[in-house]
Design a protein around this ligand. Structure first.
Ligand code: 3PG
Length: 209
């Protein structure tokens, strides 16, 4: 199963912001205990490279990717530390082309027809749709699916336990991403049981993928 298939099968991609790399492996284990074997560690904090490395080395069953990757330098760094996929909030042709050349899975943020066309030009047909709640949510993605019938979206931004099932009910959604499953607050409080419980809850909604 390739990386994109694994993300689809997982259904949810926890967006994880770590202030301290030492929390990375406990967070990964909490997700795995809850039945979620993918995670996106974001470059919003300086701990990201070490956190990615720790998970890649200690939890080989976890598919770890890098999120909020804003430039080629971060992209290279993420790959070097063991990230298996790259997520960016926007479309950067240099970064997308670099990943394509190396066979690295890359999910650029695209919310407009022009951005989707730029991604398709590089052979990418799974895109992030962020911030989903601001850019029109399911209604917008449904409309974009008209001209772009082969494109699949990963909405993030405002996805949560209440609306996740609705997002995952339509064929043009590849998976959803969100921070609610593994929040900064739960990590800071060492509340890893809650992370596991939230994952179990969401997996029970989407177990037939
Ligand atoms: C992201 O980086 O994908 C988003 O910030 C996640 O959005 P959320 O915090 O609303 O889930």
């Amino acid at each position: 199963m390739n990386i994109m298939e694994r993300l689809h099968r997982a259904g949810v991609i926890p967006v994880v912001v770590l202030e301290n790399a030492k929390d990375a492996v406990p967070a990964a284990k909490a997700l795995l205990d809850g039945g979620v074997d993918v995670m996106e560690i974001t470059f919003r904090t300086a701990a990201a490279p070490d956190a990615i490395r720790a998970v890649a080395e200690s939890c080989p069953v976890m598919l770890v990717g890098a999120g909020t990757v804003l430039n080629l330098d971060q992209c290279r760094q993420a790959a070097e530390q063991g990230a298996k996929f790259i997520v960016s909030p926007g479309f950067d042709d240099e970064m997308a082309a670099w990943c394509r050349e190396r066979g690295m899975a890359v999910i650029p943020g695209c919310v407009s027809p022009s951005e989707i066309m730029a991604a398709k030009k590089l052979g990418l047909n799974v895109v992030k749709f962020f911030p989903a709640d601001v850019y029109g949510g399911l209604k917008a993605m449904k409309a974009l699916s008209g001209p772009f019938g082969d494109v699949r979206f990963i909405p993030t931004g405002g996805v949560n336990g209440e609306n996740v099932a609705e997002y995952l009910s339509v064929p043009f959604i590849h998976a959803v991403g969100g921070s609610w499953l593994c929040s900064k607050d739960d990590i800071a409080a060492g509340n890893f049981n809650r992370i596991t419980a939230l994952c179990r809850e969401v997996r029970s909604l989407i177990s037939d993928r």
